[in-house]
Write a protein that binds this ligand. Structure first.
Ligand SMILES: [Zn+2]
Length: 205
């Protein structure tokens, strides 16, 4: 009996190893990784946020309060985790390379007017704005590393370097976001570029 008892103990590691081989694993890859883990890996500065009040259409998928995504923001903003990832990629892959090419320096601050807002669009049949689901941002401008300021309101028009930068950026944004609205779109956007990953598609650049 005793020798049989110890024999089972001796076999245990092998039995456990055999069981482990048979355990089905969760699929690997980015799809399996929680969104906030991807924010961590990207180095986004954020805090998990409470679901904003409002309910209904004003529901944000994994709300996060972002302070920096690729570039520091002038004020924190609540967005969905997936949209924070979009903005981080936009900063790194579009804003920074275009600023380096046009001005020979990086952008140190992104100035925005707002992100989440529980509201409907003006016009468009009164449908819910992408801001209501935390999938939109209104960018008013940028501050370069040397302190010079680029504003959509002042610099969008014309053919100077700042104007070309903003217009190039808006065109690049159309490849990444479903809606891009600029001062060329309507008077509501005279002072900002609206970017969203909502269900509609419109490139106003
Ligand atoms: Zn907007």
């Amino acid at each position: 009996m005793r020798s049989g008892f110890y024999a089972i103990y001796a076999l245990l590691p092998a039995l456990l190893a055999a069981c482990a081989v048979g355990v089905p694993h969760a699929p690997a890859g980015p799809e399996a990784e929680p969104c906030v883990a991807r924010l961590d890996r990207a180095g986004v500065t954020y805090a998990v946020a409470a679901m904003p009040a409002g309910g209904g259409a004003c529901t944000v998928d994994t709300p996060v309060r972002v302070e920096a995504a690729g570039i520091a923001w002038n004020q924190p903003g609540v967005v969905s985790c997936a949209f924070a990832l979009d903005l981080d990629a936009f900063a790194r892959e579009d804003v920074t390379p275009l600023a380096l090419a046009r001005f020979g320096q990086k952008v140190r601050l992104l100035r925005h007017l707002g992100t989440f807002a529980c509201r409907r669009e003006t016009g468009n049949g009164n449908r819910w704005s992408a801001h209501a689901s935390g999938r939109a941002i209104d960018i008013a401008g940028f501050e370069l590393a040397d302190g010079s300021v680029i504003t959509v309101e002042r610099d969008w028009r014309g053919a100077g370097a700042k104007s070309l930068f903003l217009q190039d950026l808006a065109r690049r944004a159309c490849r990444r976001f479903s809606v891009v609205l600029t001062p060329d779109s309507d008077r509501d956007h005279r002072d900002h570029i609206h970017l969203d990953s909502g269900p509609w598609t419109l490139c106003g650049a």
